[in-house]
Design a protein around this ligand. Structure first.
Ligand SMILES: NC(=O)c1ccc[n+]([C@@H]2O[C@H](COP(=O)([O-])OP(=O)(O)OC[C@H]3O[C@@H](n4cnc5c(N)ncnc54)[C@H](OP(=O)(O)O)[C@@H]3O)[C@@H](O)[C@H]2O)c1
Length: 249
């Protein structure tokens, strides 16, 4: 049996991925802070497929020591092997870059970037011993350029994408695949307060598309691929003076 561990599985994309990978026959290791939501999810999944193993752990990814102890312990309880690890836990928070926004901006970096780095370290140590596995990070199209009002969120996702690019080269010799997923808008609580969510997809569809890309072992992809692949290319490549004009509107 394949074992998969997903952080931030209590809601949104992580929850959809848990259902999707259960449907595909994976044993699940699920983590989040809201353990009650994970327990409800576990019962729903086992109600549909009693042959799977589902293990839940309460985990705050910014408690780095807890990350380093919980992830190996969770993998042991699944039988000791780890096929796929998904660092999905994340937060947003539209804040300015002045002092009043500093604490939330720092928190966004702590959760989305440093929390994911801690999780990757833990997963990579396990996979290096196995000489196999796949590490996945849920980045964002918001990391392509600095979005006004989302400086910390954009930076956290740009940092995550670049960190994973370096990891991809480092871990190749251990037969570990590194997959960076860059969703556009998926209809989850993280963005439900936004006035505009172009090309939004529902979480179930988002989970299916992301799981397909993971099983194809792609290196990097937007979700959906179209139109975000094209928009992303344009965002990354237009000159700064044009970006300044467009993003100031
Ligand atoms: N939805 C989109 O359109 C979209 C687009 C691009 C990227 N993403 C990324 O996709 C990921 C999942 O987001 P979502 O859309 O599914 O949002 P969501 O529904 O708000 O889910 C966020 C998940 O992260 C967990 N989390 C937050 N802080 C945590 C912490 N300190 N420690 C552990 N877990 C924590 C939450 O669980 P607890 O609160 O129970 O801990 C929750 O399960 C995020 O990384 C987000 O940036 C989303």
């Amino acid at each position: 049996m394949n074992n998969i561990v997903i952080t931030g599985a209590s809601s949104g994309i992580g929850r959809s991925l848990a259902f999707e990978f259960a449907r595909r026959g994976y044993n699940l290791g699920l983590t989040a802070r809201r353990i009650d939501l994970l327990e409800g999810l576990k019962q729903e999944i086992l109600g549909q497929n009693q042959n799977l193993r589902v293990e839940n752990r309460m985990l705050d990814v910014t408690d780095y020591d807890q990350v380093f102890s919980t992830i190996p312990e969770l993998v042991s309880s699944l039988g000791g092997t780890l096929s796929i690890f998904i660092a999905n836990a994340g937060i947003a928070g539209t804040k300015n870059t002045s002092v009043s926004g500093f604490q939330i901006n720092k928190k966004i970096i702590d959760v989305n970037l440093i929390g994911a780095m801690a999780c990757f370290s833990s997963a990579a140590d396990i996979m290096k011993k196995q000489k196999s596995g796949q590490i996945v990070g849920i980045s964002s199209v918001a990391g392509f350029r600095g979005l006004p009002g989302s400086a910390a969120y954009s930076s956290s996702k740009a940092g995550l994408t670049v960190y994973m690019e370096a990891m991809r080269s480092e871990l190749k010799k251990f037969n570990i695949t590194v997959t960076t997923i860059q969703p556009g808008f998926i209809d989850t609580p993280i963005n439900q307060d936004k006035k505009s969510r172009p090309f939004v997809v529902n979480p179930s569809r988002g989970g299916t598309l992301i799981a397909n890309l993971i099983e194809k072992k792609v290196s990097v992809s937007t979700v959906p691929r179209f139109p975000w692949g094209i928009i992303g290319f344009i965002m990354r490549n237009i000159p700064d003076f044009i970006w300044q004009r467009l993003s100031s509107i």
